[in-house]
Design a protein around this ligand. Structure first.
Ligand SMILES: [Zn+2]
Length: 370
């Protein structure tokens, strides 16, 4: 029912004609014109364009602005959206998108690349997964459970709606939403791709990752909102949170380059892909959550192959006594590990990517969140 409802909302949002024109507010910030609506067709081809996209108001009546780069090719072609910072504590994605755009020469492109840098504006400022709004002292809103947004929603839902309807709609053919594990966890080189969309699965395979999950669609994610609007999309996981880790930034850059080459936006050949990494393709995630409080010693690493019943962690109290031992719930690969040794009840020990071949092509999400 929830999914059905979301699809209805999504379809209504994306219906109708494309944006009529790029709307300039008349303001300039950091040398970039402020826009409240983007229409690629009225931008000069063969050039890199910079904008500040005006989001919702802050709690003091000013505005949040999202940096946008548009590399509009000299020739027409596919229009690819690259997003980093949908979650504010996931920064390798921002490094990857910036590095990709630093190398783009629109004069040599056939098609367009659009970069959205840190749409979770407050989250990126504070390096937090959630965006805290002043509601009874502070409500923590997950931006990547708030797509495609709501016109009259809160300060997180509203800008997502603006981005959906005033920036993406009519301008985007393919979407890449880069993520990492959140604070306190670390993620393998991983891609989520919607199991029932062959083009999204192809897209996911363009990233040289170790693991791919054929996912059932998670309501509220940008990936799922795009896919339901008919736009192939994936969610990547480029390692862990908070920093710029060179290997993980490069993973994003390499995948971005493959996407641009695959769709003919750049002339170059497609480089190393998931197939070249012999990626493990699963369709379910099984999490091991702490059943006690205490210090956790992990016995496995990211991307290790594990078998059902294999001991993967032990947990100790302050005296060093073992209070719990944890085993893998299934055969699979280690996709996520908890990185905060001091571990609360109910929080992440590890998550295993499992291949179940569920009926209908996709298993349920089991509460696991990208
Ligand atoms: Zn994320």
């Amino acid at each position: 029912m929830v999914i059905r409802g979301l699809i209805g909302v999504t379809a209504a949002l994306w219906a109708g004609s494309v944006a009529a024109a790029t709307v300039y507010t008349g303001d300039t910030i950091q040398g970039a014109p402020v826009i409240s609506q983007l229409d690629l067709t009225d931008l000069a081809p063969g050039k890199m364009h910079r904008f500040m996209f005006r989001g919702a108001e802050t709690s003091t009546g000013q505005y949040w602005y999202v940096p946008v780069l548009v590399a509009k090719g000299a020739k027409p072609g596919k229009r690819i959206l690259f997003v980093g910072g949908n979650h504010g504590d996931e920064l390798n994605p921002i490094g990857a998108v910036q590095a990709t755009f630093a190398t783009l020469d629109p004069a040599k492109m056939s098609g367009t690349a659009i970069a959205l840098i840190g749409p979770s504006r407050q989250g990126v400022e504070n390096i937090t997964r959630t965006w805290t709004i002043n509601d009874l002292g502070g409500a923590q809103i997950n931006p990547n459970r708030s797509w495609p947004g709501r016109e009259n929603g809160n300060t997180v839902e509203r800008p997502n709606w603006l981005i959906t309807t005033k920036l993406i709609k009519g301008n985007v053919d393919v979407g890449i939403d880069h993520h990492t594990g959140g604070t306190g966890i670390d993620f393998a080189r991983f891609v989520f791709a919607y199991a029932n969309d062959p083009e999204s699965l192809k897209l996911g395979g363009l990233f040289p990752v170790d693991q791919i999950m054929r996912d059932p669609g998670l309501p509220g994610t940008l990936e799922y909102a795009l896919v339901k609007a008919g736009i192939p999309a994936v969610t990547t996981e480029l390692g862990g949170p908070r920093g710029f880790v060179a290997d993980m930034v490069q993973l994003g850059v390499d995948g971005n380059a493959n996407v641009l080459a695959y769709y003919g936006v750049l002339p170059g050949p497609v480089g190393k892909t998931a197939a070249d990494m012999n990626a493990f393709v699963g369709d379910d995630l099984e999490s091991v959550l702490a059943v006690a409080g205490g210090f956790v010693t992990l016995l496995v690493k990211l991307n290790d192959t594990v078998t059902k019943g294999q001991k993967i962690a032990v947990q100790r109290n302050g005296f060093g006594d073992i209070v719990a031992e944890y085993v893998s719930p299934a055969d699979g690969r280690v996709a996520i590990i908890g990185t905060d040794a001091a571990t609360d009840r109910g929080t992440e020990i590890a998550t295993i990517l499992v291949k179940r071949d569920c009926a209908g092509n996709a298993c349920d999400f089991g509460g696991i969140v990208p």
